[in-house]
Design a protein around this ligand. Structure first.
Ligand code: PEP
Ligand code: MG
Length: 582
């Protein structure tokens, strides 16, 4: 049994066998095994060679009428895969150095590729890519599962990977993918956000989970405590069975809150909305007791398709959401592409600092026809529901004005074409940078509402990459600078008499809810599965308690003090609620 600690980013627990997802360009980690496992590694190697050569033979037969060049490639692959000396050489490495089969394959094939590349004979040097292909094929068999196989799962698994893109995660079949464990990632990476929305327990920032797990190992993912247990003993399995049952019971109990208002004990009404990436999540939001959609991350429309979404595709997605929500509010955020939300395929020339680069509104302002297509669809949908439009990552007034000009232009076009739209469509912006927070009083004069994106606000305020596990411990909503900015934005909104919401992950972190209420925030938008838990907490506090707590917290000067204090307060609240029930 082996326990690794990471960051729990999506709550819940799962016990299943592991499948390994390999990122194509990911180097296999150097990993050794204990003596008794050497035989197993050699057997795995033999099986991988056998399966890979059978696979190539099948391909060769299925595509017999291909031209000679391709036949030649298959022949080369088969030659290597049936070469006993090659297999022996790798097996020798496993026995001598105790390497895992994966690492031994990788080292050997790369060595061969290097030698091939250096020969003057062009026929041989051109074979280098074939060697890499053979390496990948063998690794795929060793790692147990190819990425595309995840679409055809027939039994529950836990996905173990170095890292996952938000799109990969969004494509997981929740019925079978019961847990996620990755080496990389941070609490507010979009992969984590998607896992949370799907309700799949996930632990990220495990650093070396891919080195310590082999495909087929049984593992426990504990998204609540942020741990992964590899090959648990019988006692751990038993304990987790009980724990999982307790969680199911707890979720069931929370279900009873769906119809009750999110209201503090002294009668302050709080609005809870859902953050969604896909229209179907609107249904989950309502089931969980959400009253509308506070953040629709429309870039997922772009990410899941292999083409730029058409106006009709946008319109359809918005209409699908309206159909579910009726006249409840839906805040559509215009595409927030870039940073960690680019498919690899589209990222032809990677930026050096993608989070500081051409992302979000900047990307839209430089790609106006794409931007206008989306705005047209939003405006057309606006006559059917209670729609608001929101621009992300605004950092200065000019960006906001430009975005509003484009909106006005699209309105004019629609008017000319006599296409109906809501001329009073509320326009808001996300406050996600210290720059925007600091000029909030100016921005407030030109918009109908603010929504604080704490995920980015924290990253830009503290200069901590939100997806980088090596600095994850520095990423904290409790930093006094972050709290000051959040306080300031509320003050600016109140003075200008505009609405203000919080839609970053901070709005679902229980210890921060009383602080946000205490600072005056009464509208939160969060991952739908978290709504009941947050509602329960709101119903267990009074506004005067929250104000006192916020005052106290604003006087601390380190994030550790803030965190310790808030955790202790939260524990007291939880104990109190448990006491009331008894
Ligand atoms: C945020 O930054 O807090 C936010 C809600 O937007 P996203 O997580 O999509 O960047
Ligand atoms: Mg953001």
């Amino acid at each position: 049994m082996d326990i690794i600690k990471g960051i729990g980013v999506s709550s819940g627990v799962a016990t299943c066998s592991a499948v390994m997802l390999d990122a194509e360009d990911y180097r296999v980690p150097r990993r050794t095994v204990a003596n008794p496992q050497i035989r197993r590694e050699v057997m795995r190697l033999r099986d991988a060679f056998l399966q890979a050569s059978q696979e190539v033979s099948t391909l060769q037969i299925a595509q017999a009428d291909l031209d000679n060049k391709i036949k030649d490639i298959f022949a080369v692959h088969l030659h290597f895969l049936r070469d006993r000396t090659l297999r022996k050489r790798i097996a020798e490495l496993i026995r001598r150095q105790k390497f895992t089969a994966e690492y031994a394959v990788s080292v050997t094939m790369r060595d061969i590729a290097k030698n091939f590349a250096q020969t003057p004979d062009s026929y041989i040097s051109e074979r280098v890519n074939d060697i890499y292909d053979i390496e990948k094929r063998l690794l795929r068999h060793l790692m147990g599962s190819r990425r595309e196989d995840l679409r055809h799962l027939t039994e529950p698994v836990i996905v173990v990977a170095h890292d996952l893109t938000p799109t990969q995660t969004a494509a997981f079949d929740k019925q079978f993918v019961r847990g996620i464990a990755t080496d990389a990632g941070g609490r507010t990476s979009h992969t984590a956000i998607v896992a949370r929305s799907l309700g799949i327990p996930a632990v990220v920032a495990l650093n070396e989970v891919t080195q310590r797990v082999a495909a087929g190992d049984t593992i426990i993912v504990d998204g609540n405590r942020g741990t992964v247990i590899i090959n648990p003993d019988a006692a751990a399995v038993q304990e987790y069975k009980k724990y999982a049952a307790a969680i199911v019971e707890h979720v069931h109990e929370l279900g009873g809150l769906a119809l009750l208002p999110a209201e503090t004990k002294d009668g302050t009404r709080v609005t809870l909305h859902g953050n969604i990436e896909f229209p179907y999540e609107a249904q989950i939001t309502l089931q969980k007791g959400g009253e509308g959609i506070g953040l629709y991350r429309t870039e997922f429309l772009y990410l899941e398709a292999d083409h730029e979404p058409t106006e009709q595709e946008h319109y359809q997605a918005y209409m699908d959401t309206i159909q579910i929500c009726g006249q409840r509010p839906i805040t559509i955020r215009t595409m927030d592409l870039g940073a960690d939300k680019f498919t690899q395929k589209r990222l032809t020339s990677p930026e050096r600092n993608p989070f500081l680069g051409l992302r979000s509104i900047r990307y839209c302002l430089q790609n106006q026809s794409m931007f206008k297509t989306q705005i047209r669809a939003i405006l057309r949908a606006s006559v059917h529901g209670n729609i608001k439009i929101m621009f992300p990552l605004i950092t200065n007034l000019m960006e906001l004005r430009q975005a509003k000009w484009i909106l006005a232009e699209v309105k004019e076009d629609l008017e000319e074409q006599q296409i109906a739209f809501d001329d009073n469509l509320p326009v808001g912006i996300m406050i996600e940078t210290p720059a925007a927070a600091l000029i909030a009083e100016h921005l407030a004069n030109e918009v109908d509402f603010f929504s604080i994106g704490t995920n980015d606000l924290i990253q830009y305020t503290l200069a901590v990459d939100r997806v980088n596990e090596t600095v994850a411990s520095l990423y904290s909503p409790a930093h006094p600078a972050v709290l000051q900015l959040i306080k300031q934005v509320h003050r600016a909104a109140r003075r200008a008499n505009i609405d203000v919401h919080v839609c970053g992950e901070m709005a679902s972190e229980l210890e921060f809810i009383p602080v946000l209420l205490g600072l005056g925030y009464t509208s939160l938008s969060l991952a739908p599965p978290m709504i009941p838990e947050v509602k329960k907490l709101i119903r267990s506090v009074t506004l005067s308690y929250c104000r006192g707590l916020a005052r106290k917290v604003m006087n601390f000067d380190t994030d550790q003090q803030v965190t310790n204090y808030l955790r202790a307060e939260l524990q007291e609240l939880i104990d109190e609620v448990a006491g009331d029930k008894r």
